[in-house]
Design a protein around this ligand. Structure first.
Ligand code: CUK
Ligand code: CUA
Length: 764
């Protein structure tokens, strides 16, 4: 082995050379010792073993949780319950530059309402795109209840690509739910309002002028975007539509949306009226809305709609005349509506009823075919008698809300809010199988792929509204408690409590991790928010700064460990636009970018191009720097924005000189030679094995080759400077060669470790 200089060795160690020997100096505690010390039972150990994911191994399922009032999506693994990512959706998320770079600001701007930014959201229901009713892992959709919007997240990069504003609602809750091939994303209103924008009608005209509805957003899978122009809504009575679900199998082409407050009550405590809570739960039944959405889509094509706010709406009288809308009474103040995996039944729970009702799609169809209706509602919508549609009703417990399904046929799980329990039951035979207590007051619950046609069973997560005493106290605002439950046996077993501290997640969906195939890098120069080439992208050597009037535009690059350019000069009042392309290809080599005090931040993952823009409205000196600890020389990855006063003239030329001698130059050259030996040995190893079979290694080798490719230019420079006895320039350009080498060695060592750990084979 060659000798390294004193400085080289620790650096290369830091860069990834691992120490082989693990220390065994302390006396090992036995499992029994640990159990005793931590007061753990056999049951605890079993639960730990079922959830523990050792280093290097991965979770079986990936959960996408609504982030509630955070306006984000939380991604975590199951069974470990480790948080993997927060996805900025309706709310700025600084780490990802979401809302701080121009490209993501353009996405958030799609969510403006009446010309105003809305920078928070109340996310409730995520939905994964489906093919033939099974999760396909391509897209995720999520609603904003407070400001009626829906967002599209692409699961190739877990980034929000689109936000669409509902054109006729003021709040929406019954979304996002997808049809079996993601033709439409269903979104139902919550609180009735006039459908015309900015139209005032007094509450006295609730029954005549206020309306609910359901929007069917057309999804273009190829573009990965909702097409608002091809989307439509159905006008509904001012009942408070709640949740929805799409039919599947025999019920394909239909959708189901329940409602509460069909009393159409108007409260007014301040006027001496009983509050909404009394008036909205007075009657024993509300209405399940049954919609033939396939036929509705045809009506839209035939032009049988009214344009409201430029949006196609099928009015109630058309829906009744064309036979696409029916009601069925459902008890009492219902919340969840969940179609069974085989599409034969629709399960509805009344919050204020101890029963859960199982409706038969076959019976519903028979009643419709025979025009067998018990009445019409005040808007002329035919009402099917409950007894003509029910398959069975089962007494589950207090406060039943939501239902999810098992891989075992006929087995369902329903959350019991008031009882703080999960009930396992058989909906075909109508009997309770098991119950488990949760902590506390469960809202939704979720089984693996449990609302698809092929639930995967195994685990259930209880989304508890209250945590109370479960965690170390952190003040009056407690975290939420997601509890993992093993459902593989007849008896449910509680495995794990996970505190979630980012808002109240209402619903979660979980997908088999193997179905997700996210990328690790972008094609160089991609705008990740449009998935198109970014017009500001440049390759190495093409970096340029231009000025037009008071507009300064920088097209720069990021690569370990420098930002090109390293100086940006401006005059006070200039408008600065900085486009930055991350030239790295190696996995996880993200650079961040910010400029002091200008409230901009961008995250540039490998290949991505991002833009930040601001007005340099104050003179001064503002460092900009890379915000990710991307390499040993990360702290040096910086530059200066110089904002000069108007008409400023330089008084001094030339930068201050360092004190370098010929000896310094010679020492640097020797360091370069020594380091090259390390690189050669690593290269020797990599090329001795089948590295080309590992795309991640190929990317690292490409990056390393890039770094090495810059050496001849630096070499010419240090030699020319040495010839002129300019020891500063000679030494520093030689030093720059060493920088390229260190980055090459870093990549090489990472590649070597990867190959060793992934079973690379010798080639001759
Ligand atoms: S909702 Cu919150 S517990 Cu918005 Cu689906 Cu039921
Ligand atoms: Cu790039 Cu730090």
């Amino acid at each position: 082995m060659k000798k390294f200089t004193q400085r080289t060795v620790p650096l290369l160690l830091a860069a990834g050379m691992s120490l082989a020997a693990a220390t065994t100096a302390w006396s090992a505690e036995s499992l029994q010792d640990v159990m005793k010390r931590r007061s753990l039972s056999q049951q605890d150990l079993l639960a730990a073993a079922k959830t523990y994911v050792p280093t290097g191994k991965r979770d079986e399922f990936v959960a996408f949780s609504s982030g509630g009032q955070s306006g984000q999506v939380i991604v975590y693994g199951i069974p470990s319950m480790r948080i993997l990512k927060y996805i900025g959706v309706f709310t700025p998320e600084p780490w990802q530059g979401y809302g701080f770079d121009e490209n993501s600001k353009a996405v958030l701007a799609q969510g403006r309402i009446d010309g105003k930014d809305i920078t928070w959201g109340d996310t409730h229901h995520p939905a994964i795109s489906e093919t033939n009713g099974e999760y396909d892992g391509q897209f995720l959709f999520i609603n904003d209840k407070a400001n009626p919007r829906i967002a599209v997240i692409d699961l190739r990069d877990f980034e929000t690509k689109q936000i669409v504003v509902n054109p006729i609602f003021k709040s929406e809750h019954g979304g996002a739910f997808v049809t079996t091939n993601t033709e439409y994303i269903i979104e139902a209103a919550q609180y009735p309002t006039p459908l015309e924008n900015k139209k005032f009608y007094p509450l006295e005209e609730m029954n005549e002028k206020y309306r609910g509805g359901i929007t069917y957003w057309k999804f273009d899978r190829k573009e990965g975007r909702i097409q608002p122009k091809e989307s439509f809504s159905l006008e509904l009575p001012p009942y408070w539509q709640d949740l929805s679900d799409a039919g599947k199998g025999p019920s394909e082409g239909w959708s189901f949306t329940n409602s509460f407050c069909s009393e159409r009550y108007v409260g007014g405590i301040e006027k001496g009226r009983p509050p909404y809570e009394a008036g909205c739960s007075a009657k024993d039944t509300d209405y399940l809305h049954v919609v033939n959405w396939k036929k509705a889509a045809e009506l839209v094509k035939q032009g049988k709609t009214k344009k409201i706010n430029g949006h196609d709406v099928i009015m109630m009288d058309t829906a009744v005349k064309e036979g696409i809308l029916f009601l069925i009474p459902e008890p009492k103040s219902p919340h969840g509506v969940d179609v069974t995996p085989d599409g034969k039944f629709i399960i509805v729970s009344g919050k204020l009823d101890t029963h859960t009702s199982v409706y038969s799609f076959e019976k519903i169809q028979a009643a419709i075919q025979a025009s067998k209706f018990e009445s019409k509602d005040p808007y002329g919508i035919p009402v099917i008698a409950m007894k003509d549609a029910l398959h069975t009703q089962v007494q589950l417990g207090l406060g039943p809300l939501h239902t999810q399904y098992d891989s075992k046929s006929c087995v369902a799980y329903t959350s019991l809010y008031v009882d703080s329990q999960v009930a396992k039951w058989n909906y075909c035979e109508g009997k309770v199988l098991d119950k488990i207590s949760v902590h506390y007051n469960i809202g939704h619950l979720m089984t693996m792929e449990g609302d698809s046609t092929k639930p995967a069973g195994r685990y259930l997560v209880a989304l508890n509204k209250l945590a109370i005493d479960r965690f170390v106290p952190v003040g009056p605002l407690h975290p939420q408690n997601h509890q993992l439950i093993d459902i593989s046996d007849d008896k449910m077993q509680l495995l794990y409590d996970m505190p979630l501290p980012l808002g109240e997640p209402h619903y979660v969906v979980a997908i088999d991790a193997k179905k997700l195939k996210p990328g690790v890098r972008y094609k160089v120069g991609t705008d990740s928010r449009t998935d198109k080439p970014h017009p500001g992208a440049v390759r190495a050597g093409e970096e340029v700064t231009t000025r037009k009037g008071n507009k300064v535009e920088v097209k720069g690059t990021l690569i370990r460990s420098h930002i090109t350019p390293e100086t940006i000069e401006a005059e006070v009042g200039d408008e600065i636009t900085i486009h930055l392309t991350n030239l790295e290809r190696a996995q996880d080599e993200t650079h961040g970018f910010t400029v002091s005090t200008y409230n901009v931040h961008a995250s540039a993952e490998p290949g991505k191009t991002v833009t930040v823009k601001f007005k340099a409205d104050k003179e001064g000196v503002y460092p900009y720097y890379c915000t990710e600890f991307c390499s040993a020389l990360h702290l040096e990855m910086m530059g200066y924005l110089l904002v000069k006063p108007k008409g400023w003239k330089p008084t001094k030329t030339g930068l201050a000189k360092g004190n370098y001698t010929e000896a310094d130059y010679k020492a640097t050259l020797k360091k370069v030679v020594d380091t090259q030996a390390v690189i050669d040995s690593v290269v020797g190893y990599i090329t001795s094995v089948n590295f080309k079979d590992f795309p991640d290694v190929v990317a690292m080798v490409e990056d390393a080759t890039d770094q090495l490719g810059k050496i001849p230019d630096a070499k010419a420079k240090h030699e020319a400077a040495a010839a002129k006895k300019d020891w500063e320039q000679a030494n520093l350009w030689a030093e720059q060669i060493w920088q390229y080498q260190v980055k090459t060695a870093d990549l090489g060592l990472r590649a070597k470790t990867y190959l060793e750990q992934n079973g690379a084979k010798k080639v001759k």
